[in-house]
Design a protein around this ligand. Structure first.
Ligand SMILES: [Ca+2]
Ligand SMILES: [Ca+2]
Ligand SMILES: [Ca+2]
Length: 345
């Protein structure tokens, strides 16, 4: 079973229109009024949308939490779409006049069913999806772990490439009522799975760095390497105001985090160190690695390419550095950080 996380989005990293987790959006903003997890969600209305581009794949699986006020009377807005470049290859719509949730493949409706519990407004639901473009493919849409509507058949009429996920409706005059909210969005490339499965309702808790770790080799904007964590604990990030910087590869900064409390009834699926980073010279192949360290064991990510504009870098550790499962104690015992890599001018 090959599951590769392509992205997750929590709305916890920015405010207002600072939406680091998406490639492009139309009008979507961060809401601190309603949220499923943490203190923020993404809010959209009318024909607003948010999009993420990822590596080509034929199959995706994932989910998100949704709080909606329904489709506008007389409209058929898209809720969830998968695209190959600019072309929608599969999507889920809500037909308000017939009150049906509909699956479209290459712009042709292939299945529909009543929305069930999803009709309730101002309620948090978990929406799950499993989509496979193949001559024997499928599109499945789940709500709170129950299949609402699904199609099995030839989904490969426009090829077998999915590389964009969209939440929200980009269809002209097919609107959502003001307003809807999405939280805890994730998408896995599940190529190699033998069949569809109900996606788990993952939730993402954000923890800021809150103390020094066992390495402090980057240089702060305050020109020293003391208490570097104070420069990188800001949400949203403050761009070039406070930061740490490396001028050569192989330097490490490690940090402690605020105390993690595992909510009752949950298990730790993964720990995802992340950083907002950039390089200073577009012509130099400067990279960055993400690090999780627990005692003498460590997990060092592959080198991640940087651009000259700040962007999110992350790695998903599904086990501790010693390969055993995470629990509350080990998440707290570990330290997390960065290692400079690649070329420096
Ligand atoms: Ca959130
Ligand atoms: Ca300092
Ligand atoms: Ca900062």
């Amino acid at each position: 079973m090959a599951i590769t996380r392509r992205f997750q989005a929590t709305a916890e990293l920015g405010t207002g229109t600072q939406l680091l987790e998406w490639d492009s959006v139309n009008v979507v903003t961060v809401s601190t009024t309603k949220f499923k997890t943490g203190a923020a969600s993404f809010t959209f209305r009318i024909n607003d949308w948010m999009r993420k581009t990822f590596t080509d794949t034929a199959q995706v699986r994932g989910g998100f939490h949704l709080n909606h006020n329904g489709p506008t009377a007389g409209d058929v807005p898209r809720l969830l779409s998968f695209l190959n470049g600019g072309s929608v290859v599969a999507d889920v719509r809500w037909n308000e006049p017939t009150n049906m949730i509909q699956i479209y493949v290459n712009a042709v409706m292939v299945a529909e069913a009543a929305p069930g519990a999803l009709v309730s407004v101002d309620t948090w639901f978990h929406c799950g999806f499993d989509v496979f473009l193949d001559a024997s493919g499928w599109v499945k849409f789940y709500v709170d772990g129950t299949l609402i509507v699904g199609y099995e058949g030839n989904t490969s009429g426009a090829g077998t490439v999915i590389n964009v996920m969209q939440i929200g409706s980009s269809t002209t005059n097919q609107f959502w009522e003001t307003r809807s909210y999405a939280d805890n969005v994730y998408l896995d490339d599940s190529t190699g799975e033998v069949t569809f499965a109900i996606p788990p309702a993952l939730e993402f808790l954000r923890y800021a760095v809150a103390g020094n770790g066992t390495a402090s080799q980057f240089t702060g904007n305050d020109a020293d390497s003391t208490d570097n964590y104070l420069l990188v604990d800001d949400f949203p990030h403050d761009s070039d105001t406070t930061y740490v910087e490396a001028a050569s590869s192989g330097l490490r900064d490690l940090y402690d985090t605020a105390a993690f409390t595992l909510p009752a009834g949950y298990a730790v699926a993964a720990v995802i160190p992340f950083v907002v980073a950039r390089k200073t010279d577009a012509g130099v192949a400067t990279t960055l690695k993400l690090l999780a360290k627990n005692g003498g064991d460590e997990s060092l990510s592959a080198a991640q390419d940087l651009g000259v504009s700040y962007a999110l870098q992350w790695v998903r550790n599904t086990a501790q550095p010693d390969a055993t499962a995470w629990d509350e104690a080990s998440v707290n015992a570990a330290e997390y950080g960065i290692e400079s890599a690649g070329a420096y001018a």
